[in-house]
Ligand binder design. Structure first.
Ligand SMILES: [Fe+2]
Ligand SMILES: [Fe+2]
Length: 135
């Protein structure tokens, strides 16, 4: 069973955003599977690198949409993104330097943060953006 299963409460009903969230979840699931199967550092490092890069891409897409549409909760949302982005980038850098191993706890942290953020913080902009005609 995958670490994260997609459930309807994760839907924002903004097609591009839902697609990006599914992709992020898929990276976390692939990383989890690779960890469980005891894959080598090269495989884990590659997936972690992709996850880190895609996280940054996704956050900037969301932030651009929020600023373009004048979403009032933008500053708070951006702060949450910055906190997580820093952690993921540090995990990635530490991994590259051999300072860190991917553990069950790290996977749980990635899962909990992403799901809590999509269910809570991302859901806050969804009705606002949909109301502005974003689809
Ligand atoms: Fe998001
Ligand atoms: Fe977000």
């Amino acid at each position: 069973m995958a670490l994260i299963e997609w459930t309807v409460d994760l839907n924002t009903n903004i097609a591009s955003i839902d697609e990006q969230h599914k992709k992020l979840i898929s990276y976390i699931n692939v990383l989890h599977e690779a960890m469980k199967m005891g894959k080598g550092q090269d495989v884990l490092g590659k997936v972690l690198n992709e996850l880190a890069a895609y996280t940054i891409t996704h956050f900037s897409n969301e932030e651009r949409l929020m600023t373009t549409c004048g979403f009032p909760g933008y500053a708070f949302h951006k702060k949450e993104h910055e906190g997580f982005a820093q952690k993921v980038l540090k995990l990635n850098d530490d991994f590259k330097c051999g300072k860190y191993l991917i553990t069950v706890e790290v996977m749980q942290f990635l899962k909990d943060w992403l799901i809590t953020h999509i269910r809570g913080t991302d859901q806050k902009y969804a009705p606002f953006l949909l109301g502005k005609g974003v689809s």
